[in-house]
Write a protein that binds this ligand. Structure first.
Ligand code: MG
Length: 501
């Protein structure tokens, strides 16, 4: 290994330390911190963030990268980890130095105010409070795009921050293919006999649900010597290194079993974060290929595993023993149908597997149209409601339950939403391949065994960290680019069984 690479790695190690220290503070902010700590914490996070940024965008790093790019010009970043480190770091560096510090500071001010306005607007269900702020956010996003070389579509620049290498045109093709099939499936479901799920709305003991979830994810392979679970208002996963990856969950009294599924979901993220190759520790190669690939992991453990029949064939007897009064007279089949109930709903985060992607498509279309200047911010509520009616057959009674429900736009995160739906698609693509490679996987899950599944994911996906772009990783593992067909097959098969279509 060259001396220059050693020098670069030393700086990157320190940058990573600063960012991980910020992550610890961020975790504490959401899990432990009293409200009074907010202002001091904001300052601490800003200082650490600035130090990391100064260190990372220094001329020294730029010079080392230039020299290393030349040195590794002939190496294949797909097989040579050092070449991969240079490629990924150079890309991060190029992005970081293109955006002027004054713009970063201006963005922080605009989005802080926009976030406050959004909270008030949502609480009062009054879009006019948020509108001028969102207009400023959209202007900022358009300005951000100008810092980068012109792309095929201006939205490509935004998407690339979350899905490296992904193009707007690719996403459009995938979703245009998916949309009519999902709409048709939902229509067929809505015309069939509805599923009873009243027993899921009863009172469940929080501690018992927590313990049940802990037992499940321990069997998945979550290592408690390298992680922990806490409660947070919005569940998330965070990592401070490969050997300290933490999850959070929440208890919702009206929807108690959500706690269990949230634990499984965040464990999917955690297993991925902790699974990078050990040599990637303290480098930009640590972590996940993209948000979509990350979400493919969380959705897989939550849905393809956690809402499957084989999973509940194993766990239901114990679950029923834990909650005998709530599940009195409820058969395994009734329980399975209830946790897979499909119901077009207004709120994205509560949407079931069959309807979820339509919530995403609506947001993606609006984001693209805003960036293209085809949709004005002031018209968003009306367009939102019209399209909800077309896609899901329901109309939000107010903007809090419509266009104001998500936090993302207030923080300037335009380009983010599609990653959730792409994650669903990738989870099903991987699942088809896994089931070919492990033909008795259902049988193993029925016995409560997940080791072969986790080993497969570790070897094919997790170990690579950020080495490959998402499309390249999916192609490498499954032989095809991100594709909607496996997800459509999965949904159709599952819901044909659940609803007898
Ligand atoms: Mg997630």
């Amino acid at each position: 290994m060259s001396e220059k690479l050693d020098q670069l790695k030393e700086i990157l190690g320190e940058v990573t330390d600063l960012r991980n220290a910020s992550a610890v503070l961020g975790w504490d902010q959401q899990v432990n911190m009293p409200p009074g700590g907010a202002e001091a914490r904001g300052n601490q996070l800003a200082t650490l963030g600035k130090l990391a940024q100064i260190k990372f965008t220094s001329d020294e790093v730029g010079k080392l990268l230039d020299e290393l790019k030349a040195e590794y010009a002939g190496a294949d970043p797909g097989s040579d980890d050092d070449a991969a480190l240079v490629r990924v770091t150079a890309r991060d560096y190029d992005k970081a130095v293109r955006v002027p510090p004054e713009f970063v500071a201006e963005s922080a001010i605009v989005t802080t105010k926009a976030h406050e306005a959004w909270m008030e607007a949502r609480q009062k269900s009054d879009f006019s409070i948020f509108q001028p702020h969102l207009e400023k956010v959209v202007d900022l996003v358009k300005k951000y795009i100008t810092f980068f070389p012109p792309a095929d579509h201006p939205y490509d620049t935004l998407l690339d921050d979350f899905e490296p290498g992904m193009k707007t045109a690719d996403v459009k093709v995938i979703f245009d293919n998916l949309r009519p099939k999902q709409v048709k499936l939902i229509k067929a479901i809505s015309q069939s006999k509805q599923v009873k799920d009243d027993f899921l709305r009863k009172k469940y003991n929080e501690k018992k649900l927590w313990d049940f979830g802990v037992n499940v994810v321990t069997k998945f392979g979550y290592d408690w010597s390298k992680g922990r679970q806490d409660k947070a208002p919005h569940p998330f996963c965070t990592s401070f290194g490969l050997n300290d990856v933490r999850i959070t969950t929440r208890f919702e009294p009206d929807h108690p079993t959500a706690m269990l599924f949230s634990t499984m979901h965040e464990t999917g993220h955690a297993l991925y974060d902790g699974g990078s190759h050990p040599s990637y520790e303290r480098t930009p190669l640590m972590g996940g290929a993209s948000l979509a690939i990350h979400e493919s992991q969380s959705r897989m453990w939550e849905n393809l595993v956690g809402r499957s029949m084989p999973f509940w064939e194993h766990f239901y007897p114990e679950f029923k023993k834990t909650f005998p009064a709530q599940l009195d007279g409820v058969s395994l089949k009734s329980f399975y149908r209830a946790i897979n109930k499909v119901e077009p709903s207004l709120i994205r985060v509560n949407a079931d597997e069959a309807t979820y992607n339509l919530h995403i498509m609506l947001r993606l279309e609006l984001e693209i149209e805003m960036v293209e200047g085809k949709v004005a911010v002031k018209d968003l509520p009306e367009i939102w409601n019209t399209r909800m009616k077309v896609y899901l057959g329901i109309t939000p009674p107010n903007d809090a339950l419509g266009v104001l429900q998500d936090i993302h736009w207030s923080g300037g995160a335009i380009g983010y939403f599609s990653t959730y739906a792409l994650g669903n698609l990738v989870s099903a693509q991987l699942w088809e391949k896994i089931n070919k490679d492990i033909p008795d996987l259902d049988e193993q899950i029925r016995k409560g065994r997940f080791d072969a599944l986790l080993t497969w994911l570790r070897e094919k996906v997790h170990v690579h960290g950020r080495k490959f772009d998402p499309q390249d990783l999916v192609r490498k593992v499954t032989g095809s680019k991100i594709d909607a067909a496996p997800y459509v097959r999965y949904l159709t098969k599952k819901y044909s069984e659940v609803y007898g279509l």
